[in-house]
Design a protein around this ligand. Structure first.
Ligand SMILES: [Zn+2]
Length: 254
């Protein structure tokens, strides 16, 4: 944890300090070594919040983009008595969880039920080489999409294809195929950051999320997992981190 409690105040760890855990109230000690980021740890080895994952610099960098009072907010469910630390809880009540390690379906469901108003930012660093962002798509609300059907693709496939509903009325078993280059200009005009993608060996748990999921590959964009059309075409939409931060209430300018 970044914050422990010393004499009633949330405090950053400094070498050789003792404090209390903001969740369970038990003793915590500062861990300020060269190899790990400075944090507070329970004296009794185990973290009281079973949902807590080891913090990385990636977690810290994200949390630090929000005001300190929004970071590591302890939330309490009066009915179940459960307590958990939200990475970020904004003043409008949105919880942002920065997730580094994979979750099971069960864990995902529990967390979304507990936090309710939550979005996920997941660290894509471990699977960046398996995640292929392919050709751009027009805004799903664009007039183009009323007539055009795009195909899911594998990254090694040749040809970027579509067909027109108007050319293939009814529900034909064969359709007339076009190459995307034919409508590239129109796509460019209606482009809002959407792309077809191919995730090899996907972490499928994220497809089960009922909340927004953003993947961070370490550049200036986040990639929001979406379903593009009523045929269920998976797509991602790029959103700049600056915009994400601004929309989630961060006051940070740079
Ligand atoms: Zn604790």
């Amino acid at each position: 944890m970044k914050y422990g409690i010393i004499e009633g105040y949330r405090s950053l760890p400094k070498p050789r300090m003792k404090g209390q855990c903001p969740v369970c109230g038990n003793d915590v000690v500062s861990k300020c070594g060269n190899k790990t980021i400075w944090h507070w740890a329970h004296v009794a080895k185990k973290h009281c919040d079973s949902w807590w994952e080891n913090e990385t610099q990636w977690h810290r960098d994200w949390k630090d983009k929000y005001p300190t009072e929004w970071q590591e907010v302890v939330l309490f469910d009066e009915i179940s008595g459960e307590k958990h630390i939200a990475d970020i809880k904004t003043d409008s009540g949105l919880v942002i969880e920065f997730q580094n390690s994979p979750l099971t379906s069960e864990e995902l469901k529990q967390r979304e039920a507990f936090y309710k108003n939550i979005v996920w930012v997941i660290n894509g660093d471990k699977f960046r080489n398996n995640f292929h962002i392919l050709h751009g798509l027009p805004d799903p609300k664009s007039y183009l999409v009323e007539d055009i059907v795009f195909y899911p693709r594998k990254h090694h496939q040749q040809g970027e294809l579509f067909y027109r509903k108007s050319e293939n009325p009814g529900n034909p078993s064969m359709v007339e195929i076009h190459g995307i280059h034919e409508i590239q200009d129109e796509i460019n005009k209606e482009y809002r950051g959407h792309h077809v993608y191919d995730w090899v060996r996907p972490r499928t748990v994220w497809y089960e999320s009922s909340k927004k999921v953003y993947i961070d590959f370490g550049n200036e964009f986040l990639w929001n997992l979406q379903i593009y059309d009523d045929r269920g075409l998976p797509c991602v939409q790029a959103i700049s981190k600056l915009r994400f931060l601004k929309e989630s209430g961060s006051k940070i300018e740079s």
